[in-house]
Design a protein around this ligand. Structure first.
Ligand code: ZN
Length: 274
């Protein structure tokens, strides 16, 4: 699936300025009938199907192939599409009800070659209409286990934050849940959820055979995701571990040592029974 995230919402600034700024209505809401329609749909979900089929029709015409649109009130991904059985399925934020011909052409074009250029047009449209994006859902704060049997994630996080990020990384951290045991072919050591500002570390790392310096690199990596958020590359793809990210990761003092350990001992993590 291809998706266009929101570069302007992934930056550090959004950590502090987001909510209030997004609640104000844009000036043009009073003058644009389409925008008024998009706003009305937020309140009246039953009309979405009608608006979605109108957009499907417009996109099908532009693309000369069948397209289907589902409208969402997603807080994070504004545009995504995939091909399913010869049909282009779009998921578009409700704001696209207000899209004029130019923007809709960009949405259509985003599925083709000139993604970069179309991505820019779409991005500008999203910026203009960001007041329509609901604040990211405030999930019930899950209780997070930070103290493992062997490693204490809160302690690791705090010391990395102080040593390498001037205490600026604002995230919660916890051990992931244990999955089914057995052999694995690969293991995702950690994951960072931008929307929730949450880091989860794979519980297989909570093992006396896994040195703290290795866990530190994994946590550092996930913290870096907040500092260097994903961006769109030249062809409009979401770039998570870009050049800047990799360069910053390699500057971590324990990088070589941890990588060497990983190479030599990864089998411990993969074959371990949980
Ligand atoms: Zn990563």
């Amino acid at each position: 699936m291809s998706q266009l995230p929101l570069p302007f919402l992934t930056g550090r600034a959004s950590a502090t300025d987001g909510r209030g700024a997004r609640s104000a209505l844009p000036e043009e809401a009073r003058t644009s009938p389409r925008l008024a329609e998009a706003l009305r749909l937020k309140a009246a979900p039953e009309d979405r199907a009608r608006m979605a089929s109108e957009l499907s029709l417009r996109l099908s015409r532009l693309l000369h192939e069948p397209a289907a649109v589902e409208l969402t009130d997603n807080a994070w991904t504004m545009v995504s599409y995939r091909r399913v059985a010869g049909l282009l399925r779009f998921r578009l934020h409700l704001m696209f009800c207000a899209a004029d011909e130019l923007v809709l052409r960009a949405v259509a074009g985003f599925t083709g070659r000139a993604r970069r250029q179309h991505g820019r047009t779409i991005d500008a449209f999203i910026r203009e209409h960001r007041a329509l994006i609901k604040a990211a859902p405030q999930r019930a704060q899950q209780s997070l286990a930070t103290r493992g049997r062997v490693h204490d994630l809160a302690d690791i996080f705090a010391s990395l934050n102080g040593q390498h990020f001037e205490g600026q990384v604002a995230a919660r951290i916890g051990w992931g849940r244990r999955g089914p045991g057995g052999r694995r072919r690969s293991i995702k050591m950690g994951v960072y959820f931008h929307e929730q500002k949450l880091i989860r570390i794979h519980p297989a790392l909570d093992d006396e055979r896994v040195p703290r310096h290795f866990v530190e690199l994994v946590v550092f990596h996930e913290m870096l995701h907040q500092v260097i958020p994903p961006r769109l590359d030249e062809v409009g793809r979401r770039c998570v571990h870009g050049r800047e990210f990799r360069a910053a990761e390699r500057k971590f003092p324990g990088y070589e040592r941890a990588r060497a350990w990983e190479k030599a001992h990864l089998h411990l993590l993969l074959h371990k029974r949980q």
